[in-house]
Every structure is written in C-alpha cells, then in structure tokens.
Ligand binder design. Structure first.
Ligand code: AMP
Length: 219
C-alpha cells in the first residue's frame, strides 16, 4: 500500500475519507491534530504549549510537531502504508518531512488534494462530533455521518464531544491559516508529480476516485 498525504481545508472530509480507507483496506490513519491532542494531557511543559496553540487554532510550534510526527511514523504499524491527515501544514513541515522520509527510507507515496466549495466548510466543521474514546468522527448535520444514537459512538459507545477548537473564532483562524500557509503545498507537490485533485462533495464518489488513484499507484 502507498503512503498517502491528504491535503485539504478543515472540514473538507479528510478524516471521513481516512476512516473509510482504514475500514476497507486497513490503512493506518495518522491525524496530526489527534496526535497532538493525545500529547496535551501528560502535564508536561510541551503539553501546555500544545493546548495553548490548539485552542487558538494556531499551528503548534515546528519542533514539537516534527518530533511527534517522526516518532509516530517510525512505529511498526506504519510499515505497510499510512494516511497523513493534517500534516504537512506548511512548506517548512513539507521539507522537513521529505528529510525524515529519506532518513527512514520511506516513500512519499501520493498526495490527494480534496476540494470543496468554501460555503460548505463551516457547516461541516460546526456539525462535527468526535468520540472521546476511539476518536471516530461524526457529523450531526449529515445523514451519512450521524451517530445512530445521539451523543454516543456507534463503535465503542464512547461519549461524543465537540472539540474545544471547533468554535467559530478558531474555525475562522484555521481556515485563514490554511489558505495562507497550507495551500502553497499544492504547487510544491504538483511540481514533484505526486499530486491528485479530488472533489469532496459526496463521500462515495470521493472514495471511488481515490480508490482508482491508489489502485493505479499500487499496480
Ligand atoms: P485538526 O485536527 O487537523 O483540525 O488540527 C487541530 C489543531 O491541531 C490545529 O488547529 C493546530 O493547532 C494543531 N495541528 C494539527 N496539525 C498540525 C500540524 N501539522 N502542525 C502544527 N499544528 C498542527
């Protein structure tokens, strides 16, 4: 299986697509936001810094992010292909990631850029609910992603919560940051010849398009 980078504005459906690819093909999903959220509860100075930046919707400092990223993709479950969601977020991270791949002798794989109309972004993010226990993501405004029982995870019966950075102010900040610092990565990966553009309106159509890309790559 190829490694995959999912590139898209928040709310474009990176997490949902990653979940489908995980359950259908066993891809390991690495959500950088989730890796950072997991690291913000150990009472350390690092945890304090992560919480401060995340709650403002700002990118967590480079060194902390790269350290956690390298640690995560070095784990044995990543040997057969993984999906990166929310990383890299800017050019400095993309260049540092290339170096890590080189050190670990891993291949970049494919970059999938999910595109959605801007007016859908806020609806998708404000409806988002995450399981406190297993991290599965739902959307209370979407029939396909609603939990069967309100507030409860279908898979593990954990409690669903709304992330502390899914406030209107933090969402605006994250979307603005995306267009300013993450969108330039589209050209970076286009030049490397690994970029694929896929519209993300209907999840079934998106999955079909991505399966075709991954199938062609794995041939
Ligand atoms: P997400 O779950 O992708 O919406 O990310 C939530 C928050 O985690 C972001 O607003 C940032 O504060 C932080 N974060 C996620 N990915 C990164 C990254 N690659 N670099 C720095 N901070 C990140």
């Amino acid at each position: 299986m190829k490694n995959v980078i999912l590139l898209a504005v928040q709310g474009a459906g990176k997490g949902s697509l990653a979940q489908v690819l995980k359950s259908k093909y066993g891809y390991v999903n690495i959500s950088m936001g989730e890796v950072l959220r997991n690291a913000r509860n150990d009472g350390s100075k690092r945890a304090e810094i992560i919480a401060e930046y995340q709650d403002k919707g700002m990118l967590v400092p480079f060194e902390i992010t790269m350290e956690l990223m390298k640690e995560r993709i070095s784990q044995p479950d990543c040997e057969n292909g993984y999906i990166l969601d929310g990383f890299p977020r800017d050019l400095a991270q993309a260049e540092a990631y290339d170096k890590i791949l080189n050190d670990l002798q891993k291949d970049i794989g494919v970059v999938i850029h999910l595109t959605i109309p801007e007016e859908l972004i806020y609806e998708r993010i404000s409806g988002r609910r995450t399981c406190r226990n297993c991290g599965k993501v739902y959307n209370i405004y979407s029939e396909k992603f609603m939990p069967k029982e309100e507030g409860i995870c279908d898979d593990c019966h954990g409690e669903l919560y709304q992330r502390s950075d899914d406030t209107e102010e933090a969402i605006q900040k994250r979307v603005e940051t995306y267009f300013r610092v993450t969108a330039p990565l589209i050209d970076y990966y286009k030049e490397k010849g690994v970029l694929h553009e896929v519209p993300s309106i209907d999840i079934d159509e998106t999955v079909e398009a991505v399966e075709k890309i991954l199938g062609d790559q794995n041939d």
